[in-house]
Design a protein around this ligand. Structure first.
Ligand SMILES: Cc1cc2nc3c(=O)[nH]c(=O)nc-3n(C[C@H](O)[C@H](O)[C@H](O)COP(=O)(O)O)c2cc1C
Length: 170
């Protein structure tokens, strides 16, 4: 499928079915993140895949019981390994780096026929402890993965093409 069609077809999934995801598919998603571009090619990421029932239950607590985590088959914790690189434009590189890696993983999940959802509503300290993330690193976001459940998500509207771009100047 053309990338633009994957993008058009994707929407966040917060209700997954019971079907589990094969390891090879999970690996292909992580591979998509691994191959993402990053500032100075520093690749400041560590992807932690969570699938053990006990750990998922504790993760669910840290995410305030959200359905998206409750029903997900696998959850990828997208963590920083290094947050000290400031780009020449004055911005922290890891924000962009990890966002791009997460986007690549979402698109690969879509390509594999999975649903996904970025989750940032959590107590980071609880997750840090649960996943033994070193003190100086951040848990940037979670990416919930699974086969789509029966409850259809309402497709979110976007601003019009006209509203989001200009030619030559603001
Ligand atoms: C940075 C970021 C943080 C998000 N955090 C959450 C979250 O904590 N919980 C959640 O259910 N969805 C979360 N989402 C999903 C957004 O709500 C969703 O992408 C947005 O409403 C657009 O809908 P769509 O993905 O279906 O197109 C997040 C998305 C992004 C990009």
């Amino acid at each position: 499928m053309a990338v633009i069609d994957l993008i058009k077809g994707r929407s966040s999934c917060r209700n997954f079915s019971d079907k589990s995801i094969d390891e090879s598919i999970v690996n292909s998603i992580v591979e998509a993140g691994r191959l993402a571009p990053s500032a100075k090619n520093r690749q400041p990421w560590r992807f932690i895949i969570i699938s053990e029932e006990n750990r998922k239950n504790r993760l669910l607590e840290a995410c305030f019981g959200a359905d998206v985590i409750k029903t997900a088959d696998k959850i990828v914790a997208v963590c920083t390994t290094n947050i000290n690189y400031v780009m020449p434009n004055g911005q922290n590189a890891h924000d962009m780096d990890l966002s791009i890696a997460t986007s690549f993983m979402m698109l690969q999940a879509e390509h594999e026929g999975l649903g996904s959802c970025i989750v940032t509503t959590y107590n980071e300290e609880m997750i840090r402890e649960l996943l033994t993330v070193p003190f100086s690193m951040r848990v940037y976001c979670l990416l919930a993965l699974g086969y789509k459940g029966d409850t259809a998500e309402i497709k979110k509207e976007r601003k019009s093409f006209q509203d989001v771009h200009n030619m030559e100047h603001w």
